[in-house]
Design a protein around this ligand. Structure first.
Ligand code: EPU
Length: 460
């Protein structure tokens, strides 16, 4: 069970009103820091959020030799990795997020020395293997194997002949495998072509940064990325793209609580699929130059079919909070999760709160996904609207965590959410932002007399 010293106390029923500013994207800034390890020149990042995953990534990069000057007030990081001190990733960094595995590509590219990465964890949303990463990097001449080392299991990566550009055809547009391949390709001799690459806005953000530091890199319309390896780098400054997960989260909070919130910094171009589904559901929004206003526009209409997909499809990270929206919509709706095989477990807790979700192993939807022949519960139906009641909940991962926050914000009575560090990993000042919008929420320290609430999810 996940032990921590505090929980969130949320009393439902308050409509959220006001303005909120979206922070920089977790899934961009953490990778940008890793990408900056490729270069011996200084880099500056602005719009950096002070969140758990950035803190962990900064610590890891410092361990490897990066000098970091982080002005948290201004949201600026100046970093400089004159040389890499070690290519061994200490075990303590593995298991908290997926960043260590990207060090294989980055460190092989920068140093050519053997890289050791103890096996990683991340949120409990499926096995999340790294076979695509290994296949991709091996096309560039890396040899990666899983080894028992000093009582720990670790990936050992070598490229004793150096990396050489090559053709990588990803079996699935994996975000992490695309990033790892790009990082390695920067240090490879010649040109690398990645086909069926992920093209999420956060990947584009990394491409933009790499171009600034001197990499010749292109993104074609057919998911093909071309990278010409280089050893010649430039100093650069980069503004981190805003977080489309956070933007959607505040939008959903506004609509669900029957309020109105202007989400400053929400980028229309990154949220097209989300906004289409929102309109189908009857949620109100109005796009402005500097953000998007979300508002309750009458009862939500179900009968929706929601299928998650890689970008530009409906993002899997939007799915858990959107599922809470569907509990409040009239009629039956269907969700088909096609990115993760195991990202619907959170619906059991919502059922305990009063929702009516039913899980299915089959693909319920327009297409048969790669999980069709497996036994995974990756489709769910939901019937609404159903009132939800507050309860004690253990947060199992970041996105399910925000889904529970939303459920608690509209539930009757009080909810207590433990596992708050999961939320803090991805949402900057999450409690302060909710309070500023009028939510009745506070962090409460758990004293020994109060038992830590237990849910049925096992936490990393
Ligand atoms: N997969 C494999 N083999 C691999 C790599 C991936 O089978 O070698 C599978 C995964 O198990 C999963 C699917 O492919 O079923 C997608 O994985 P992907 O590699 O695209 O995801 P990721 O890089 O591990 C990132 C984000 C996730 C986000 C996904 C999809 C970061 C740190 N994480 O994960 O974000 O859901 O892309 O967009 O960038 C979050 O922010 O809460 C989060 C989980």
């Amino acid at each position: 069970m996940h032990q921590n010293s505090e929980h969130l106390r949320i009393v439902g029923g308050q409509p959220l009103q006001g303005d909120v500013t979206v922070s920089g994207a977790k899934n961009s800034v953490t990778k940008l820091l890793v990408a900056s390890l490729l270069s011996p020149k200084p880099c500056t990042f602005t719009n950096v959020p002070d969140i758990g995953d950035v803190r962990i990534t900064v610590e890891l990069c410092q361990e490897l030799g990066m000098q970091v000057n982080w002005d948290k007030e201004k949201g600026t990081i100046r970093c400089h990795t004159k040389e890499i001190r070690t290519s061994y990733i200490p075990q303590r960094f593995c298991g908290s997020n997926r960043i260590p595995i990207l060090m294989i590509g980055a460190l092989l590219a920068r140093t050519g020395e053997d890289v050791i990465v103890p096996t990683v964890g991340g949120c409990k949303i499926g096995p999340r293997s790294i076979d695509f990463h290994i296949e991709a990097l091996s096309k560039l001449g890396a040899h990666i194997e899983l080894r028992e080392m000093k009582k720990e299991c670790a990936y050992l990566a070598k490229a004793h002949q150096g990396l050489t550009g090559g053709l990588i055809e990803l079996p699935f547009p994996s975000v992490g495998a695309t990033e790892n391949a790009i990082l390695a390709a920067v240090g490879a001799k010649g040109t690398t072509i990645i086909q069926n690459a992920a093209v999420e806005p956060e990947i584009v953000d990394i491409i933009l940064f790499l171009q600034k530091i001197g990499v010749n890199i292109t993104l074609d319309v057919d998911r093909t990325i071309r990278i010409v390896g280089t050893r010649h780098f430039y100093e650069a400054e980069h503004h981190v793209v805003t977080d489309r997960n956070e933007a959607a989260s505040w939008g959903m909070a506004a609509i669900l609580t029957k309020g109105r919130v202007f989400v400053k910094g929400a980028q229309h171009a990154h949220m097209i699929t989300f906004l289409n589904k929102l309109r189908e559901l009857g949620g109100g929004f109005s796009v402005r130059q500097d953000g998007i206003e979300f508002y309750y526009d009458g009862p939500l209409q179900g009968g929706l079919h929601l299928e998650t997909d890689v970008h530009p499809g409906f993002m899997t990270d939007w799915q858990p909070p959107f599922a809470v929206m569907l509990t409040q919509a009239t009629g039956a709706s269907v969700i088909h999760e096609t990115v993760y095989e195991n990202r619907l477990g959170f619906t059991e807790t919502l059922n305990e709160m009063g929702a009516q979700f039913s899980l299915f192993r089959q693909c319920l939807g327009g297409k048969q996904c790669r999980f069709n022949s497996c036994a995974h519960y990756h489709s769910v139906t939901v019937r609404g609207p159903t009132p939800l009641k507050g309860m004690s909940i253990t947060i199992p991962d970041l996105r399910a965590g925000f889904a529970y926050v939303l459920a608690a914000l509209i539930a009757q009575g009080e909810s207590r959410l433990s596992g708050v560090p999961f939320l803090d990993r991805g949402y900057e000042k999450v409690v302060e932002k909710m309070q500023s919008l009028g939510a009745e929420v506070e962090r409460v320290s758990i004293t020994p007399e109060i038992p830590v609430p237990q849910g049925e999810h096992i936490l990393v």
